[in-house]
Design a protein around this ligand. Structure first.
Ligand code: ADP
Length: 363
């Protein structure tokens, strides 16, 4: 286990810049998730850490030592990919023990480590089976076991659960998180699935077009997205965006002034506001709080929660349906107000603007 640093890491393929100046410091034992849309450079970053790709520029440091020129085996990282590659003719026991046998550890140590790993992964009963006698989830557990049994310096995973069905994926996410915590192993996990990232990560690194957009704990990524890309990418349903500006008389949203605005913004160029579905409140008729009107076009059920899809100014907004909304139906005109503690404001470059309570206006 070791502190792992990516320093100004860059990868070019002919005319494609796959990874553009990424710098991240992973603390010892941290679970970092690389998240972003397909093609944003997640796998390339992971493969450079693993030593499967050479960086065009920048350094990878592990425990203070630059490892750029080390072969994958020398780096002593464990890798697990989406495609499980187990030895088909070997039992689970032998699959898991293969890296220890290759390292010529003594038989007692091998047996002890394999049993410990199998126990952690709940596959003790499967040790005598062949891979063909296992389900997809069990195969992936064995692959994880084989990767971790030699107690590597870091654990690198590239979309390991994306081929599994939803229920199994959730189960394995839970197990991996627990295992990673118990082993305190520095981990980098690649996914395009934001929910998976939220469940697993100590910190999420959100990437777009090769560059790092934000690196933060999941709750910060959700509540304080650093820019409009992250705001739009994170959350399902997505955030609702509005034109906004700060005027002398208050916060102006889509032409309506909210005069109760009592936060100071030392920033001239507020350009937009983003509100999550849970940060908008609907009411049947305009109240002193309400700002805009919209029409409910659809009530969308999603298990125990539901959303109002509303038509506003020729676009759709999504609002979380709350218990006190029960008398609102499809086709109704509703008034919208906002939870101004929770909404985010962005400048004309799409960057988050921090707002603070204004002592002057509150007193
Ligand atoms: P992600 O893992 O986020 O889906 P990748 O890291 O696989 O993204 O790819 C990032 C970019 O680099 C993409 O534009 C992809 O087409 C390009 N790329 C990846 N590998 C190669 C390669 N071996 N040769 C050329 N271009 C590549």
């Amino acid at each position: 286990m070791a502190k792992t640093e990516l320093l100004n890491l860059r990868k070019e393929y002919d005319d494609v810049i796959a990874v553009d100046d990424i710098s991240i410091t992973l603390e010892d034992g941290e679970f970092l998730v690389l998240l972003g849309p397909s093609g944003c450079g997640k796998s390339t970053t992971l493969r450079m850490i693993a030593g499967l790709e050479t960086a065009t520029a920048g350094d990878i440091r592990v425990g203070g030592e630059v490892v750029n020129d080390q072969a994958p085996a020398e780096r002593d990282f464990a890798l697990v990919f989406q495609q499980v590659a187990l030895y088909p003719h070997m039992s689970v026991q032998n699959n898991i023990s293969s890296p220890l046998r290759a390292a010529k550890l003594d038989a007692d140590t091998i047996e002890r480590r394999v049993l410990k790993t199998a126990k952690l992964l709940n596959i003790e009963e499967l040790l005598d089976r062949r891979p063909s006698e296992l389900s997809g989830g069990q195969q992936q557990r064995v692959a994880i076991g084989r990767a971790l049994v030699r107690e590597p310096r870091a654990f690198l995973l590239d979309e390991p659960f994306s081929k599994l069905d939803q229920k199994l994926r959730i189960q394995l996410q839970k197990e991996l998180k627990q295992l990673q915590g118990e082993m305190e192993i520095t981990t980098v996990f690649v996914t395009h699935d934001q929910e998976e990232a939220m469940v697993l990560a100590d910190r999420i690194a959100v990437m777009d077009e090769g560059s790092l957009q934000q690196i933060d704990p999941p709750e910060n990524i959700y509540q304080k997205p650093a820019n409009k890309f992250v705001a739009d990418f994170i959350g399902n349903p997505t955030m609702n965006f509005f034109d906004a500006s700060i005027e002398d008389r208050g916060l102006k949203i889509e032409g309506e002034i909210y005069s109760e605005w009592n936060r100071s913004v030392r920033h001239a160029s507020i350009d937009s506001m983003a509100a999550r579905p849970e940060d908008i409140v609907l009411s049947e008729s305009r109240t002193t709080e309400s700002m805009l009107t919209a029409t409910v076009s659809l009530i969308e059920m999603r298990g125990s929660t539901a959303y109002f899809v509303c038509q506003f100014d020729s676009r759709e907004l999504t609002v979380l349906k709350k218990n006190d909304h029960d008398d609102i139906s499809e086709g109704d005109t509703v008034a919208l107000s906002f939870d101004f503690e929770a909404v985010n404001l962005f400048d004309s470059n799409g960057k988050l603007v921090n707002v603070t309570e204004s002592a002057v206006r509150q007193s």
